[in-house]
Design a protein around this ligand. Structure first.
Ligand code: HEC
Length: 121
C-alpha cells in the first residue's frame, strides 16, 4: 500500500515537471535563438544579439498590461502577427533589430499557449 502511494507521488511529480519542461524547452527552441534569456552587453557590442532579451520583453509586457490574460493575449498575437503598430518597444528597437518575423510557420497555436504561459510564470 505504501509503495503504491510512493509511485503515485512520483508520477504526479513527473507530470508537473514535464509541463514546465515543455514550456522551457519550447521557448528555448523557438524563441531564444533571437531572445536571449540573460543579458550580455558583450554580445550586444559584438552585434550577436538579434532581439531584446526575453526578460526585457516580459518586463515591458507586464508593465503594459494589467492582467495575465491580456499579457498572454498580446504575446500570442504579436508572435504570430508582429507589426510596428502593435509594438510596445520604441521605434528605436525596430530600427536596431528590425521587426520580428512572424512565427506562424514554426509555432503551432498549441505550442504558443504553452510558451506564453511559461514566459508569464
Ligand atoms: C528571428 C528572431 C526572433 C525570433 C525567433 C523570435 N523573436 Fe520576438 N522579437 C524579435 C525582434 C527583432 C523583436 C523586436 C522588434 C519587434 O518588437 O518586432 C522581437 C520582439 C518581441 C516581442 C515584443 C514586441 C513589442 O515590441 O512589443 C515579443 C512579445 C516577442 N518578440 C515574443 C517572441 C516569442 C514568444 C518568440 C518565440 C515563440 C519570439 N519572439 C521569437 C525577433 C525574434
Amino acid at each position: 500500500m505504501k509503495k503504491r502511494w510512493f509511485i503515485m507521488l512520483l508520477l504526479s511529480a513527473t507530470t508537473l515537471l514535464t509541463a514546465s519542461d515543455t514550456g522551457a524547452q519550447l521557448s528555448e527552441e523557438k524563441c531564444t535563438s533571437c531572445h536571449m534569456t540573460s543579458s550580455s552587453s558583450a554580445k550586444l557590442k559584438d552585434g550577436k544579439m538579434h532581439a531584446p532579451p526575453m526578460w526585457g520583453v516580459m518586463k515591458k509586457v507586464k508593465n503594459r498590461f494589467k492582467t495575465k490574460e491580456e499579457g498572454i493575449a498580446f504575446i500570442t498575437d504579436y508572435t504570430m502577427n508582429p507589426s510596428a503598430e502593435k509594438m510596445i518597444f520604441p521605434e528605436a528597437t525596430k530600427e536596431y533589430f528590425g521587426l520580428m518575423p512572424s512565427m506562424r510557420e514554426t509555432v503551432t497555436d498549441e505550442e504558443m499557449k504553452i510558451i506564453a504561459e511559461y514566459l508569464y510564470r
